[in-house]
Design a binder for this molecule. Sequence first.
Ligand code: NAD
Length: 361
Amino acid sequence: MPTWRIAVLPGDGVGVEVTPEAVKVLKTVGRGARVGFEFTEALVGGAAIDALGEPLPPATLTLCEQSHAILFGAVGGPRWDRAPHEKRPERGLLALRKEFDLYANLRPARCFPMLVDASPLKRSVVEGTDLMVIRELTGGLYFGEPRGVEHFADGGSRAVNTMAYTSREIERVARMGFEVARKRRRRLTSVDKANVLVCSQLWREVVDRLAPEYPDVTLDHMLADNCAMALVMRPTQFDTIVTENTFGDILSDEAAILAGSMGMLPSASIGGRVALYEPVHGTAPDIAGKGIANPIAAILSAAMLLRYSTDMPADAERVETAVTRVLEHGYRTADVRQEGTKVVGTVEMGDLIVRELEGLY
Ligand code: NAD
């Protein structure tokens, strides 16, 4: 029986509440699929600063290096907002992304049929939405040099950021786009601004060059501004989107509202040596400690771990089916409550999903 080593980093706030529910679900999969999972927990973020003085202690990094995947909760909170740059909780997450060269961020946005009315968009627009945004995570405008501000004698200033991409950086994330599309409905939309940016012209050139290697995937190109509009006008036209860092940052947040609540959105950061899976949401200080956080984003992140790190797509689907069924049965956490539904807490929602999942083996 194979054993997958999973580093569990719950972090702060609701991260501590939702991550154990995702672990519970993976343990259920382990029993059902007869696969071994070994979970080891470690500190990260504010909790690590409080206990050990730094957001990513060496022991946590070593554990991650020795694991097949990282299950991450969330980090941060008002307690650490005034800490100096290097002692801020989010440095822990950024350091992990950098350490493992996690260059592709995958964010599915799926509108669950029974949550259609929780979306701010009309039912006729959002119904049937099931898309994936792949954002390049380690290059482009957020990292390019030169960057900085110069001040002039006349009191004026000039600020500079640089958008830069090498063909290698584009190729690896574009390949990820084709591979992910292959596991979905085989349609890839590459998003750029090739009409104005030379970076985007190179982006498009590289993506086009790879396309013949993936004859089973239909590729099209779309300008970022057009994509922003299309996402809220006709989101169902999309399957897999691949784009650079800045466009991806904005478009993936826009896509997020299609799903209704932050508590429903999983993500994966992959590409490097060890992949990291985490809910899109933060530590939710307004509800932390009350036992009411929605664990579904964390549980669906665990499903992504099964799909992308342990190559268990059928089990990933079982987890997603269990989530759908529990929602169909009318159970909701407070963030997605609707008239006529039964409101449950974090642990009870996790238990309901586990029970449903057990029935699928
Ligand atoms: P947030 O995602 O924590 O919360 C935004 C809103 O969504 C809040 O109203 C919250 O109650 C709700 N929400 C979030 N998760 C939920 C869940 N599981 N169930 C139900 N409702 C949920 O964003 P924020 O308030 O901007 O940030 C709070 C803290 O989290 C900050 O310190 C921020 O830096 C940090 N943060 C961390 C990450 C991360 O670790 N990846 C991501 C975003 C924000």
